[in-house]
Design a protein around this ligand. Structure first.
Ligand SMILES: [Zn+2]
Length: 154
């Protein structure tokens, strides 16, 4: 569903201008030197984050070892922040590569991080657009943002 955002102004949502700051309007939580974290505006579950490299590339093949390491470290940080702030029982973490796999923004590779709670809606049901989002996006954004302090190593 994030393709809707991707088409805004014809610009890639994963290539935000600016440095080191959150951006409430675009739900950007973290801009590191090599990686970016934002909330999915069309979440599969509360706290659904998107983690992408700074480099505009469609697959992991286009990334250097340094970028890959930073991406995974940033992903690990997202899991830690979500664990601390939202106490989920588990996560779904994944890459959607290709339209057939459900990729919304194919041109810029990004990980989906979806927290899961015991008793939450079945993931496939969630994918079928029956989405239950108990917290407002901006409220979740404000809760998560302080945990992504700029300049810190992921
Ligand atoms: Zn991009």
């Amino acid at each position: 569903m994030d393709y809707i955002l991707g088409q805004r102004s014809g610009r890639c949502i994963f290539c935000p201008e600016g440095n080191d700051e959150g951006d409430a309007e675009r739900l950007i939580l973290y801009r590191g030197r090599l990686s970016v974290v934002m909330m999915n505006r069309f979440p599969y579950n509360n706290g659904h984050l998107l983690v992408s490299p700074r480099t505009h590339t469609p697959s992991l093949d286009g990334l250097s070892s340094e970028e890959l390491l930073d991406l995974l470290k940033t992903l690990r940080r997202c899991l830690a922040v979500l664990r601390k702030t939202m106490t989920p029982d588990g996560f779904n973490v994944g890459l959607n590569l290709g339209t057939v796999a459900g990729a919304g923004v194919e041109a810029h590779v990004h990980f989906h991080v979806v927290p899961r709670w015991n008793g939450d809606t079945n993931f496939m049901t969630v994918f079928a657009d029956v989405r239950v989002i108990p917290e407002h996006l901006q409220e979740t954004y404000r809760k998560l943002l302080p945990h992504f302090a700029p300049g810190e190593d992921p």
